[in-house]
Design a protein around this ligand. Structure first.
Ligand SMILES: *Cc1c(COP(=O)(O)O)cnc(C)c1O
Length: 397
C-alpha cells in the first residue's frame, strides 16, 4: 500500500464506468497512456486519442463536432469543427491556417468591429492586406477577384451589425469557387438553426458561440466549421495553427456552450417571433423614423434574407427621431431591458452604439456604417413580448 502522502497525490479516477448520460467535463490538461507505444501512436496520429488538451480534449471535441453537425444537418455534406477561446480566436486561427504573407482578404466595411480591427491592425502589418468593398455589387466583387490573384479569401457576415444588412451567400461563395479562392462567413447572428451557409457552397463558417449558440451569456468561445476536413484534423493547417498559437477553447467554456445549445432551436424560434413582433410595433411608432430588421419586407435585403434564412433571428435596430439627445434620454428611461454590450442572451439587451460601443469613433465614420446618433440596437430575448413592448413604449414617451 502506498504511503498516505502518496495517496493524497494519486489520481483515484477509473475512466471505465457506466456511460454518463450528459457530456462529462474533462478538466484535465493531459491523458495517461497505457504504455509508450500508445503514446507514440497517438502523437503520430496513428491512433485516435488524446494526449494534451491544447491539441484536443474530449469535451471540446464533442461540442465542436456537434456545431459541425448542426451546420451540415440535412445538407449531405461532411463537415468538421474546432472550438476556440473566442470568436476572435476562431477568425484569427483560420487566417493563420489558410493565408500567408502577400495574400489578401476581400471583405465588407460593416463587419463586426473586432473582426475589421483584427484584419487591419494585426494581419495587415504582417503582410496580409484587407480590401473593403460593397459585397452587394456582385459584378464588382467578381472583377476585383478576377483581376487580383492575391485575394485568397472572400470574407463576409450576414446578417451584419447594426443595420441587419444581408449579402447573398450562394452568389459570393460561387464567385470565390469559380476563381479558386476561399470563402468564409460569420454566421453568429443567424446560427445554423436559421441559416446553413454550407448549403450555398461556403468553405468556412465562423461563430462567436458567446452569443446565440450559448444563449445564456456565461462563456466566451468561438467555433470554425468547414468541409475542408483535413485542415481541421491532427496535422491539418488550421488544427496546427490552433495547437501552436494556443487559441484552443477551455473544456469548461465548451461545456457551457453545449449546455446552452440544447435549447437553441426553441430559443431561436422565440427570438425570431418576438423580434418580428417588436419590429412591426416599432414601425408603427411615431417616435421611430426607421426600423432595421431583415424579416420586414421593407428591409432593403429582405429578399436575400428570405432566400437563405428560415426565420430572421433576434437582432434589430431602430432610429429614434431626435438624434443623440433622444437616444440618451430613451436609454435612461429603459427599465425592463438590460443595458449590456453583448447579444444573443435569453433576456433582452439594449445598446446605444453612438454613446456606448462606438463612442470613440468619429461621427462621420460611424454614420457611413449606419451607426447614426439616434440608433438603438436591440437583442430581443425570449421573454413575454408584451413586457419588452411595454418597456420600449414607456421609455419613448
Ligand atoms: C461578438 C462577435 C464576434 C466576436 O466574438 P467574441 O466571442 O467576442 O470573440 C464576431 N462576430 C460577431 C458577429 C459577433 O457578434
Amino acid at each position: 500500500m502506498p504511503h498516505i502522502n502518496s495517496l493524497c497525490a494519486k489520481e483515484p479516477h477509473e475512466p471505465r464506468t457506466t456511460q454518463p448520460h450528459v457530456l462529462p467535463l474533462y478538466a484535465t490538461s493531459s491523458f495517461a497512456f497505457e504504455n509508450i507505444d500508445e503514446g507514440i501512436a497517438i502523437f503520430s496520429n496513428q491512433k485516435e486519442g488524446h494526449g494534451y488538451s491544447r491539441y484536443g480534449n474530449p469535451t471540446v471535441d464533442a461540442v465542436a463536432a456537434k456545431i459541425a453537425a448542426l451546420e451540415a444537418s440535412g445538407t449531405g455534406l461532411e463537415a468538421a469543427g474546432l472550438l476556440f477561446s473566442s470568436g476572435q480566436a476562431a477568425v484569427a486561427t483560420m487566417l493563420m491556417g489558410i493565408l500567408k504573407s502577400g495574400d489578401k482578404i476581400l471583405t465588407q466595411g460593416n463587419l463586426y468591429g473586432g473582426t475589421t480591427e483584427l484584419f487591419v491592425k494585426i494581419f495587415q502589418p504582417m503582410g496580409i492586406e484587407t480590401i473593403l468593398t460593397d459585397l452587394h455589387d456582385l459584378e464588382h466583387v467578381e472583377d476585383l477577384i478576377a483581376d487580383d490573384p492575391a485575394i485568397k479569401l472572400l470574407y463576409f457576415e450576414t446578417p451584419a451589425n447594426p443595420t441587419l444588412a444581408c449579402v447573398d451567400i450562394a452568389a459570393l461563395a460561387g464567385i470565390a469557387k469559380r476563381h479558386g479562392r476561399y470563402s468564409a462567413v460569420d454566421n453568429t447572428f443567424a446560427t445554423p438553426y436559421l441559416q446553413q451557409p454550407l448549403r450555398y457552397g461556403v468553405d468556412f463558417i465562423v461563430h462567436s458561440t458567446t452569443k446565440f449558440l450559448n444563449g445564456h451569456g456565461n462563456s466566451i468561445a468561438g467555433a470554425l466549421v468547414t468541409t475542408h476536413t483535413a485542415q481541421m484534423r491532427m496535422g491539418g493547417g488550421i488544427w496546427q495553427a490552433m495547437k501552436l498559437a494556443g487559441t484552443n477553447c477551455s473544456p469548461w467554456e465548451a461545456w457551457l456552450v453545449h449546455n446552452g445549445m440544447k435549447t437553441l432551436a426553441l430559443r431561436m424560434d422565440r427570438h425570431s417571433e418576438n423580434a418580428l413582433a417588436i419590429a412591426k410595433f416599432l414601425q408603427n411608432d411615431k417616435n421611430v423614423v426607421q426600423v432595421n430588421y431583415c424579416g420586414l419586407p421593407s428591409h432593403p435585403d429582405h429578399e436575400i434574407a428570405k432566400r437563405q434564412m428560415s426565420a430572421y433571428g433576434g437582432m434589430l435596430s431602430f432610429e429614434l427621431a431626435g438624434g443623440l439627445e433622444a437616444g440618451i434620454r430613451f436609454m435612461n428611461r429603459i427599465k425592463f431591458c438590460t443595458l449590456a454590450p453583448t447579444l444573443g442572451d435569453v433576456d433582452t439587451l439594449i445598446l446605444h452604439p453612438a454613446s456606448m460601443s462606438h463612442v470613440a469613433i468619429p461621427r462621420q465614420i460611424r454614420e457611413a456604417n449606419g451607426i447614426t446618433d439616434g440608433l438603438i440596437r436591440l437583442s430581443v430575448g425570449i421573454e413575454h413580448v408584451d413586457d419588452i413592448v411595454e418597456d420600449l413604449t414607456q421609455a419613448m414617451k
